[in-house]
Unconditional design. Structure first.
Lengths: 299, 331
């Protein structure tokens, strides 16, 4: 019996293993949440369709794999670009046209969009769960306390890399500067000649592209079905609210916290009840600190 | 219309609804009517808080599911008579409403944040219902079928749709009366003032917290009673039906399409939704396509179109049409 077992009933090794696993998943949660927080930060809308777009992108990865035989990771560039264009169009021609300036209405519009996409997916792809089989799905390294899969490590590494790239893009490029200008001061940005509608759609597109990248990283490990979007949108909301709406660092830290909390919660509460950890964190953060860990004070 | 005329029209409509089973004899159309009225009640529950109070909930299933589960559990596990179970079931819904309302409103959650927290509560309840023993986990609860015609009333189970029709019609009347009372009472005026501008309402001396608490309790009671009806009609309840996103979405789409914050909006929205839904099913069946989900696609499209072009719903459209006539009357 080690110290952890005396305290918690689970050995240190098992707890450590679940923390490591949670960290790996957390990086992908961070990537999904990054897209959501970017959209919120710039447009000030809560995109309820975010999870559904992830689901759609995962189907994209799946069909590229099944029909063309593309490896999920190799599919990432294609999905990334497709997701970007889809997100750009969705904001510019649907969501942007329907918002009347009230953020609850926009939330309802994105809910409507997610209902449409989810049920179209149900119609065309059926409710059957799909799995992508990759030759390296069981490959990995033995850490002693746990066996770390290659797919887990790839997701972790790639998610961090994409996050870093996006951060550099936002801070150093002209477009990134324009996006930040619009996020800070809409009217001012318009006055200096920035096309605000274009920047809105661009941000929505980049946010959706994050989801496209995440889809390629998740597809080898998660069963794909039309309902998966709902699960992921709740996780993404929790991460974003925990980290602070609109905060990049927050999304990253929040992703890791939620990934670990989910995995450790599952260990202590059992697989079924463990899922409640995320909802409870979500409720507590909303009540006690709705501005999150790194967010600015709410309006 | 003057008050007397209105009462006459309302009584006439009620008489027509009471006589409906004489005209509608097919099981299909009876079920259509029952489900339409059911979603009307569900939507009215949402409308009290969301439409009149401006507190948009994304997780109204939490009240529906609580009412439904208590109604089912008291019968299956404790052998209660369904009539006796109704009061605790509705009260349980109110209790959950008071709990969520107290936390959310005390901590000042507004707008999208309120929507998100209701969603989170519904999800937490769903996980809980899947995991604990009393709800029989993910497989759900099945009520014992009792089709003895002599016990139909005492056991609240009917062999034909007519019994259920009158049951949901009674609930519909209650829901409409509640909405009518909201529109004509001091409390309703305060609630709408809070919706329009909470800070201004408080400045006028309205206790916004108390008003919102009352609204969420009434809203939860109506929604829970819809859950009670659902259990008696379908004799089953599982975590996904109870607390999944489906019922939350139905509850808000109907009043948004019909008209938020109006007496007949939720019912009108439900009629349109189910009409379009059945039409879609009939058309796709005629075209030889047999897949679920297409009617929900249409719901989603209707929701977006309504929000974009007619945020005040169909009732708003009707009112806009009615206005010139009224001004002519005054002249």
């Amino acid at each position: 019996m080690d110290a952890c077992a005396n305290l918690t009933g689970h050995g240190c090794g098992i707890i450590l293993a679940s923390i490591i696993n949670g960290t790996m998943t957390g990086a992908v949660y961070a990537l999904v949440a990054l897209g959501l927080t970017l959209i919120y930060g710039v447009l000030h809308i809560i995109n309820f369709a975010h999870g559904t777009l992830l689901m759609l992108a995962m189907y994209g990865v799946f069909f590229l794999n099944q029909i063309v035989g593309v490896d999920p990771y190799m599919a990432m560039p294609v999905i990334l670009v497709a997701a970007f264009l889809f997100g750009y169009g969705l904001q510019r021609y649907v969501i942007g046209k329907t918002s009347h300036g009230r953020d609850e209405i926009t939330l309802l519009v994105t809910l409507g969009v997610s209902i449409v996409i989810e049920n179209l997916a149900l119609f065309f792809f059926t409710a059957n769960e799909r799995n992508i089989r990759v030759p390296y799905e069981l490959a990995g390294i033995d850490l002693g306390v746990t066996y770390l899969l290659v797919t887990q490590m790839a997701a972790f590494g790639a998610a961090l890399l994409i996050t870093a790239t996006l951060w550099m893009f936002m801070s150093a490029s002209d477009t990134g500067r324009a996006i930040r200008a619009v996020a800070k001061e809409r009217q001012g940005a318009r006055l200096v000649g920035i096309n605000v509608e274009h920047i809105f759609a661009l941000s929505f597109g980049i946010g959706t592209a994050c989801v496209g990248a995440a889809a390629a990283l998740l597809a080898p490990r998660f069963a794909i079905s039309p309902r998966i979007g709902y699960t992921f949108v709740l996780i993404a909301f929790t991460v974003v609210v925990l980290g602070g709406m609109g905060s990049f660092v927050g999304a990253l830290v929040g992703g890791f916290i939620i990934g670990i909390a989910e995995s450790v919660g599952g260990l202590f509460l059992g697989e079924s009840l463990g899922q409640i950890t995320i909802s409870l964190i979500f409720i507590l953060i909303l009540l006690l600190r709705p501005s999150g860990l790194f967010g600015e004070k709410l309006r | 219309m003057r008050a007397g005329q209105r009462t006459a029209v309302a009584l006439g409509a009620l008489a027509a609804m009471l006589a409906m089973p004489l005209v509608v004899t097919s099981g299909f159309w009876m079920d259509f009517l029952i489900l339409t009225l059911f979603v009307g009640v569900l939507g009215q529950g949402w409308n009290i808080l969301g439409g009149y109070g401006g507190q948009l909930s994304f997780g109204h299933a939490v009240f529906f599911g609580t009412g439904a589960y208590v109604q089912a559990i008291l019968q299956t596990q404790y052998g209660w008579n369904p009539w006796l179970a109704i009061t605790p079931a509705v009260l349980a819904g109110v209790l959950v409403g008071a709990f969520i309302g107290y936390l959310s409103f005390r901590y000042g959650l507004r707008g999208s944040y309120f929507a998100l927290i209701t969603l989170a509560f519904a999800e937490a309840f769903r996980v809980l219902a899947t995991s604990i023993e009393i709800t029989e986990g993910g497989q759900g609860i099945y009520l014992r079928l009792n089709r003895d015609p002599d016990q139909a009333i005492t056991m609240l189970q009917f062999a034909s749709g007519v019994g259920y029709y009158y049951m949901i019609l009674a609930l519909t009347v209650v829901a409409l009366l509640v909405a009518w009372w909201i529109e004509h009472s001091r409390f309703g005026a305060q609630l709408m003032a809070v919706r329009e501008n909470e800070d201004a309402a408080e400045a006028l001396g309205i206790d916004a917290f108390a008003v919102k608490m009352r609204a969420i309790c009434i809203s939860a009671a109506l929604t829970a009673s819809a859950g009670v009806f659902y259990v008696q009609k379908f004799l089953l309840m599982d975590p996904f039906i109870a607390f999944g996103p489906g019922k939350s979405v139905e509850a808000l789409v109907a009043p948004i399409i019909g008209g938020m914050g109006t007496i007949f909006g939720p019912l009108l929205g439900s009629i349109v939704l189910h009409g379009v839904g059945e039409l879609t099913k009939a058309l796709t069946a005629a075209a030889g396509i047999d897949h679920p989900g297409l009617d929900l696609v249409i719901y989603g499209i209707l929701l977006v179109l309504m929000l974009a072009f007619l945020p005040s719903g169909l009732m708003g459209l009707l009112r806009r049409r009615a206005r010139p006539a009224r001004s002519a009357e005054h002249a």
